[in-house]
Design a protein around this ligand. Structure first.
Ligand SMILES: [Zn+2]
Length: 256
């Protein structure tokens, strides 16, 4: 393991193909220097696949599939969980997804009530409807950490969220040769508001040898971001680790 400890704040370890080779995936991640992985939720709870203690689980219903639940049923489903999640999400608004936006908003608001009640950070999946999302978050989730997963908005959009204290998480989509908006955002975001994620098995960076992404790709995304910001990689890893620690003070620096 190299000197830096990296934190993958968004990695779907519980889905195929990652779950099929979980010990291999985790071993390669650890060897690459990844010391903490957060598994975001899609269908409510994240099932325990025998994760080691350095893997943390969120709880949430993804906006893209949220027609599977009525807004008023979210709290009851959460009450039936068998673990304490480290965050609420994925939740948010996605106008590109099938569920009607009004339904998405109601399910989103139900998630925000849970986050408030339990003082939990939010893992936000947002791909448009930026003003509406920001207004809802302002109204319902002031003071909680907002983590904009694989942020894809413009710098103008980013500023509105950053003014409210949001964190912007960057993935392999930052590294695509066609990326324009995101590199601009990644260069300009204040140092203490940036996070890194793989969103594996999706969003592999262009140099990744297979179509299926893995958490072991995280340090290479970190190196890309450091280069973009014109800084050495070690202080960037330290900055991100400090930010993670500010959001989850209970997390040790990724020792097994
Ligand atoms: Zn995701």
């Amino acid at each position: 393991m190299s000197g830096q400890v990296w934190f993958d704040t968004h990695c779907h370890l519980d889905v195929e193909p990652l779950v099929d080779d979980l010990s291999g995936v985790l071993e390669r991640a650890w060897a690459a220097g990844v010391g903490r992985i957060l598994v975001p939720a899609i269908h409510g709870p994240v099932a325990d696949r025998g994760f080691p203690p350095w893997v943390a689980r969120a709880w949430g219903i993804h906006p893209g599939i949220c027609t599977e639940i009525a807004p008023e049923a979210v709290a009851a489903r959460f009450a039936r969980r068998d673990y304490e999640p480290c965050a609420i999400g994925e939740t948010g608004l996605d106008p590109l997804a099938e569920p009607p936006l009004d339904h998405q908003e109601q399910v989103f608001r139900a998630h925000l009530a849970l986050a408030r009640a339990h003082g939990l950070p939010l893992i936000l999946h947002v791909r448009g409807a930026w003003d509406r999302t920001l207004a809802i978050l302002r109204e319902e989730a002031r003071g909680l950490p907002w983590i904009m997963h694989s942020f894809c908005g413009s710098w103008e959009v980013a500023q509105g969220f950053l003014r409210e204290g949001a964190f912007l998480s960057f993935s392999g989509s930052l590294c695509r040769p066609t990326a324009r908006k995101t590199p601009r955002v990644a260069r300009a975001v204040p140092a203490e508001r940036m996070l890194l994620e793989t969103d594996a098995p999706d969003l592999a960076p262009p140099w990744w040898p297979t179509r299926d992404n893995e958490p072991a790709a995280l340090p290479s995304i970190g190196r890309f971001l450091a280069e973009l910001r014109g800084m050495p990689v070690e202080p960037l890893a330290d900055l991100v680790a400090t930010t993670v620690k500010a959001i989850w003070p209970e997390w040790e620096a990724g020792r097994r």
